[in-house]
Ligand binder design. Sequence first.
Ligand code: KIV
Length: 286
Amino acid sequence: MSDRKKITLPVLFDKMAKGTPLTMITCYDYPMAYLVEQAGIDIVLVGDSLGMTMLGYDSTLPVTMDDMIRHAAAVRRGTPNGWLIGDMPYMSYQASDESAVLNAGRFMAQAACDGIKLEGGIEVCPRVKAIVNAGIPVMGHLGLTPQSVSSLGGFRLQGKSAKQAKKIVDDARALEEAGAMAILLELVPDQVCALITERAKVPIISLGSGPTAHGQLLIFHDMFGLYPRFTPKMAKKFADAGKAIADGLKQYVDEVTTKVFPEPEHYFGIKAEEYAELRRLVELEG
Ligand code: KIV
């Protein structure tokens, strides 16, 4: 395991104050979380994007709270020191303050998360206040909010016109006033992100929204070539693990079918005298 110190809210705000960029990544299971911990990533998001990256759905909408808790708990076991955020799935907070608080509480009690994230602006501020009043840190999420992909008209840049961008600026201010501890801006123009960052008193994290935010987020599967359907423009591929695995699988199929694998170092035997005795016992039974 790693020997780094636990990331806390004061650590995150301290980095922000010093101008040290915050690192954030999505993560969905124990082996990924183990690597994320070794890399020393600050903020780890168990995103409902796991519906697409891990479960093969076409969108995030079918993901349930039970799915999220199972994955978040596994991620916590892999990264004991990252600041762990559970992503509130579709319809886990939209209906009422009460359901929002209860579901946010599940992330804390059942998966040892440090906080939760939810999508939306002024319209979700009552939920943000209710969850924060229950003692649970909340990260807001503006711009491209995948749970509203139908009303947004697809996975596309948000805030392109001055009027749309002003709404995002107002939403960011409202989330901050409602008590959000950080705000994620997904796929908004970099100047809009810069304007919000300049005025913010809480960390602003960019996903495809440019370099001026206090921190950057990427989706694990996009970074490592692990999502076969597409790689969005905002993602940089840092390594092609998908190709490495595909090549390895092809070699495995070749080696099994040509009887190259397994080799003697991949299996075990018993002593000759034990084997002779085994043969004798089996032959006795006929
Ligand atoms: O679910 C997720 O991974 C997210 C990111 C797209 C920000 O919400």
